[in-house]
Design a protein around this ligand. Sequence first.
Ligand SMILES: [Zn+2]
Length: 365
Amino acid sequence: MLIAGRPTAPKMSLRRLAARLVAVAATASGWSSITRRRRHRRGDYRLYILEYHDISDHEKEGPLAEGTFPEGTLPEGTVSAVRFRRHLKHLKQRLHFAPLTAAHQQLQTGNLDHDLAVVTFDDGYAGNYEAAWPVLRDAGIPATIFLTTGFLDGAELWFDVARRTLAALHQAAPTVDTNQQQVLRTALGAWPTTSSIDSLVRRLKYLPPGRRKDAMATLSQLDLELAEPARPLSWQQVNEMLAAGIEFGAHTVTHPILSTLEPAAQENEIAQSRQRIAETTGTLPTSFAFPNGSAQDYNHHTVEILERLGFAAACSTRRGSNAPGCQPLTLKRLGIGSDPLSLLDARLAGLFDQEIRARFQPGTK
Ligand SMILES: [Zn+2]
């Protein structure tokens, strides 16, 4: 059977468009800055942990440099260096930047007299060295990079393979036999070209490991030309940045959803990734980021393991800021992506925090 292809182009979901409109209204009305000033008058200062993934220096691509890259061509959440530089310049006027270890210690002592910000990157993409680090160095801003150690050791990130394969499937018209159709329909819950790549990858993430493997095997049998895979940092680049003050934390070996694993398997993923970083850099990481990171992606076993192994701080992707006295092993972050500055300000003001979203969307965690 031939699958009808369709062009893949940058596009914005209705939800994202609505968020941008709300953010512009919040900034234009002064709501974001009024909220911040009110909070400061109460002596309420917070730690904001910014979550990035890959940064690209494709600065010559015109409008792409401003924000979104075409679906499937670069790792999910890739931000241009131009946009990243603009974010940091904007935030530096409002926040004090600190490394994660220092910032969370200051948070625990409870004597904050200004808002703090920490820049983090998940997974360990080469763009963190090639495109992000020059920006950080110029701005004098520290950062913490959470490494998926198997990725640095040569394994592809399975969700990157899925993303590139599904993007190619959207564009091409491969021959798919009846068996393959059945496996893909069952695994993906939809025909691959009629759903967005994001929603299909999300569905694959939560499949039991065996079924995900079947679906990935079927996808790999299709005769598709894939975009270039995500490139990891080299250990040499890690050591160079470490020597210059960039911090590194663990992010597991293979990037599984930890809550889908038994406690022993979770511990292996966490301990082995930390060990690999320690033996390669000579520095034992004390911080961790949960793969995927929403409340359903880890459980109490995960937090107990981190505590027992002596981790001092762990970052989730639950949206929000961190107040003094909060639990250091389930810190909240702000997923920034290619946000325009108004959306960035609205996020800092708490407009999209987990608690606020839960009020309007029952079931949001
Ligand atoms: Zn990750």
